[in-house]
Ligand binder design. Structure first.
Ligand code: HEM
Length: 149
């Protein structure tokens, strides 16, 4: 019978952490790529063959990498969090990751808008948005490695 709470992972803890870090790397790779795809897609006229190609590329990236990696990162992360009992640094990290997950869904929403022919954000805006995952990753990695509080 699994007893949720501190130390519930027992010997499996380092294996779950390894799985977590690996899928976080896959997730971040996807989050760095998709805004870049949107920047290249932005100047392409809606409906032309190249626009359909960018739509297909973004959907495959989402289906094969982004969404599965986000789900495994979360499940492994939450498992680790309950094992550690949610210290303050982890609560702060969790809030940053909720922000990153919002960004994930924002980019997925943008793909759907672009496929419908809209360009709701300027190319400059997309280039700025492209910096968000890097800045959040910096904060998250400092929190989880340094554990400042
Ligand atoms: C989805 C929510 C997440 C939760 C609940 C979570 C929770 C955790 C926990 C509890 C640990 C173990 C810390 C330790 O053993 O000292 C951990 C390790 C780690 N997490 Fe996350 N995490 C999440 C998402 C992320 C994201 C998005 C990133 C990167 C952008 C990340 C990067 C890392 C790294 C690099 C480690 C290894 C730290 C070490 O080896 O000491 N995590 N995570």
């Amino acid at each position: 019978m699994i007893e949720w709470g501190v130390d519930w992972l027992g010997e499996a803890y380092p294996w779950v952490k390894a799985l977590h870090v690996a899928f976080v790397i896959f997730w971040m790779a996807g989050l760095f790529m998709i805004p870049r795809f949107l920047v290249y897609w932005h100047p392409v006229a809606p409906g032309v063959p190249e626009a359909l190609l960018w739509d297909e590329r973004c959907r495959r990236l989402r289906r094969i990498i982004l969404s599965p990696a986000m789900i495994v990162s979360w499940l492994a992360g939450l498992s680790l969090g309950f094992h550690l009992g949610w210290p303050l640094w982890l609560v702060a990290k969790f809030l940053f990751v909720v922000g990153l997950t919002w960004f994930h869904h924002w980019t997925v929403g943008m793909v759907k808008r672009f496929a419908a022919g809209d360009r709701p954000v300027s190319e400059k805006g997309l280039r700025l948005a492209n910096e968000i995952p890097s800045l959040v990753t910096l904060a998250v990695v400092v929190l989880v490695i340094v554990k400042p509080f």
